[in-house]
Structure formats: C-alpha cells, structure tokens
Design a binder for this molecule. Structure first.
Ligand SMILES: [Zn+2]
Length: 302
C-alpha cells in the first residue's frame, strides 16, 4: 500500500519510539508496585547512589550498552532486564505497527484509515499494559489496580466510539451501540470466566487458584477486545501456562505460577490473529460436529 522506502522508514521510527516507550515502561515496572507517588517525579536517578541521571545516561538501549550495564557514578550493576525490556518493546512496536498499518493483515487492510489508526492506538496501549503487567506480576505476583481500573472504565467508551475489535451483535443495527454492549459483555465474560475458574479451583483444591488481579486484567482485555477474544485469550493462556508451568515446576520446584504473563501473551496474539484462531476452532469444529449430528439425522445448519 505504501511505497517501500516509506515502510522501512516508518518501521525504524516505530522501533525508536518503542525503545523510548520501553524505557518509560521500565520506570513504571519499578515504581508502580513500590508505591511511588508519581511516575515522573523525582526524575530518573540511580536506585543505589541516588545521583540524578543526565539526559545522555537515559538514552534507551544505547546508554546501557555504552556504560556496560553499570551506573556511571557508583558503578553499581544495572540489571540487563532494563535493556531487554527496551528491546522487547521496540520489537513489539515494530511488529504491531507493521501488521496493523504499514503492511496490514487482511482484517486491518479492509478497515478505513481512521479505524486502522484507532486499532493501532488500542494495540499500542495494550502492548504497553501487557509488558508492565507481565514484569510486575513476575516480580511481585500482583497486578496493580492502578493499571487495570482506568482501562476497564475506558474500554466501553472507546469501544462505542470505534468498535473495531468487537464482533457485531447481529440483532443490533447500530454498530456503536453494538460496540458498547460487546465491550460491557467482554468485561463480564473476561472477568467472570476467570473468577468462575477461581471459585471452582478453590472448591476443589481448597486454596486460591486465581488472583483477583488476573480477574481485573481479563475484564480490561475483554472490554477492549470483546467477549469472544476474552475466551480465546483465556484458552491460549491455559495451554501456554500448562506447558511452561510444567517446565518451570521441574526446573525451579516453584508451585506458584503467575498467570498474568500468559494472559498477556494470549492477548498480544489474539489482538492480531483472532480471525485466524476463530477459523481454526469455532468455524471448523461446528462443521465437524454438524457432520456428526447429520449422521444422527439432525441438521445443525452450517
Ligand atoms: Zn549509582
């Protein structure tokens, strides 16, 4: 759609912007669970010696590499995770900017320009939240309310304005009302499905299987992406969590599995590939089921 040099140029910009945002996400991951009053004040400082960092100590990716992963002033080692989160965010920005706007996937290519930009904005917002949630959940085993609540409130309004990620509710002719209802439904299906599993888990195992943070996170994601996406994300997270959880149990003997990172991974996949996943399951499986039902003389109508 765009000329090739322009695509390459925008890709580079997306990566640079992603690295800068990743640097900010590092600050969020550090400060939000530690109860800082503000994310912006006081300015960036070394957490060991307290020296305020100069602008050239704060250049994403580059500063860490040029300083060899240590504070310029007190030489304390700065964990390489700061670097990896900046690189990860840059890669995610490139991936979503390309697949939604620059070299769009069929679903996004079919959208008018304004909706495409909106879809990209929501995707970038969710990418940032998912990165922050993942690392805070790994570190502290919590998902802070100050991340989830604003999103849960914001989602229905934005979905009413532009219901790009939501399935059209067939009985409603107004797409905006449909977007609003689908978002509210997504909040309840997303949060409710996890809450339900938590209640069942507690009844069977006698201890909390699911944190309330996970429930709120899924309410947020369901609100933005719709009830159908919420179910797909939950399913993907369970599959992923089971596989990686077994490995982690063998390697670390740690029985606790934070669920947030798996939900985050499921969200980032479903965001782009919902149509493909739906065609894999809901569209193929009913056909198979209806064939079988056909054998028994019942026509399911697919
Ligand atoms: Zn220092």
């Amino acid at each position: 759609m765009y000329p090739d040099p322009l695509v390459q140029l925008f890709t580079v910009f997306a990566g640079l912007f992603g690295a800068v945002v990743g640097s900010f996400l590092n600050v969020c991951i550090y400060r939000l669970p530690r109860g800082y009053v503000s994310i912006v004040f006081p300015g960036s400082h070394c957490t060991q010696c307290g020296t305020m960092l100069k602008w050239y100590d704060n250049i994403p990716i580059f500063s860490w590499l040029s300083l060899g992963g240590a504070c310029r002033y007190c030489k304390t080692i700065i964990h390489s995770r700061y670097l990896w989160i900046e690189i990860l965010t840059a890669c995610l920005f490139i991936f979503y900017v390309r697949n939604i706007a620059l070299v769009p996937l069929p679903f996004f290519e079919a959208l008018p320009m304004a909706k495409q930009i909106f879809a990209l904005a929501v995707a970038i917002y969710l990418v940032c939240l998912m990165v922050v949630i993942t690392f805070i959940d790994i570190d502290y085993r919590i998902i802070p309310d100050c991340i989830t609540y604003p999103g849960i409130i914001l989602a229905p309004f934005l979905s009413a304005l532009c219901p790009v990620y939501h399935p059209q509710i067939q009985s409603l002719s107004d797409p905006y009302l449909s977007g609003l209802l689908s978002s509210l439904l997504g909040v309840f299906v997303g949060g409710g499905s996890l809450y339900g599993v938590g209640v069942i888990g507690k009844a069977i195992f006698g201890k909390d299987a699911m944190g309330l943070g996970d429930v709120k996170m899924m309410a947020l994601v369901g609100g933005f992406l719709g009830w159908d996406s919420a179910l797909i994300i939950f399913l993907l997270a369970c599959i992923l969590g089971t596989f990686i959880g077994i490995f982690s149990l063998i390697l670390t003997k740690d029985h606790y599995i934070p669920f947030g990172p798996y939900l985050a991974a499921g969200t980032l996949v479903t965001l782009l590939f919902k149509e493909d996943i739906l065609h894999l399951s809901f569209h193929v499986w009913p056909q198979i089921v209806s064939k079988w039902l056909g054998i028994f003389g019942y026509n399911y109508g697919y």
